[in-house]
Design a protein around this ligand. Structure first.
Ligand SMILES: [Zn+2]
Length: 264
């Protein structure tokens, strides 16, 4: 996989767009969970794909980066279409116009990419901090989208934050209100701070999620729970990167991670 600093072009045989779409739909069991995101191919582009771009967010910046890197398909975690498109005006119009004018396929995988047991955001985060014996955690729409498990030996919040920083290139925010050493850890990427209640109820030693929520400060403090926030954007970078690796192996095409961080 390339970083978005490279502009070297290599010609690959390429793969039909719909072969990639069908493969991803099956791999991710794309309809397995109720989701506001319209998962799957959201905007149709060119039929042959030689290179896929991987980004967290559908936005003009990621589309322009994908086009500049000669990608024919962009795979994102946060897509353009959520529930439906009521009007093709303003920012939505400009995004759709760019995608169509550049024949860029846009594929979105939201919750199915959070919960995938091997390539998902949470599976990859758990692996990055050395979690063992992973179990489902974090119920959302009736399905566990996160993971809980053990780390051996026990690790401090500082050590866990360091491992997270190494894995996703972020300076985590921590609320060290619990045990000095943590063994049982729960991970739910993105905007999942609401799942703190389940973390307290199940008695985990540390809850790792993405985006902080102000009101959960006192909740964590009063419950004596350690919480680490790795940022919404950064906590959801590993899943799309994993899909790039899978598509390179499966179809012999190239992938490039388009790093467009938000400060959230
Ligand atoms: Zn998200």
């Amino acid at each position: 996989m390339r970083r978005n600093t490279s502009d070297t072009k290599t010609i690959t045989v390429g793969a039909p767009r719909m072969d990639i779409v069908r493969y991803l739909n099956t791999l991710l069991a794309i309809d397995s969970i109720e989701d506001v995101s319209r998962n799957g191919l959201q905007v149709e582009g060119t039929e042959k794909v030689h290179r896929v771009g991987l980004a967290v967010d559908a936005c003009l910046a990621s589309y322009k980066a994908a086009a500049a890197h000669d990608c024919q398909m962009l795979i994102v975690h946060h897509g353009l279409i959520w529930g439906g498109l009521p009007y093709l005006t303003g920012a939505v119009y400009r995004q759709v116009k760019f995608l169509i004018e550049n024949s860029l396929n846009l594929y979105a995988a939201h919750l199915p990419l959070d919960l995938h047991p091997e390539h998902g955001n949470n599976a990859r985060l758990a692996k990055a901090i050395g979690m063992e014996n992973p179990l489902p955690f974090g119920t959302y729409h009736g399905i566990a989208i996160g993971i809980e498990g053990m780390v051996t030996p026990e690790r401090s919040v500082e050590a866990l934050s360091h491992a997270l920083a190494e894995a996703i290139d972020v300076t985590p925010l921590s609320l060290p209100f619990g045990k000095k050493l943590c063994r049982r850890i729960a991970v739910v990427s993105g905007s999942a701070s609401e799942i703190i209640g389940e973390a307290i109820e199940k008695g985990v030693d540390c809850f790792i999620t993405g985006e902080p929520k102000h009101t959960h400060y006192h909740l964590a403090q009063e419950a004596g729970l350690n919480v680490i926030y790795g940022g919404h954007y950064h906590s959801e970078t590993l899943g799309v990167k994993a899909l790039g690796e899978v598509l390179e192996q499966e179809f012999g095409i190239e992938s490039v991670f388009l790093d467009i961080p938000t400060t959230v």
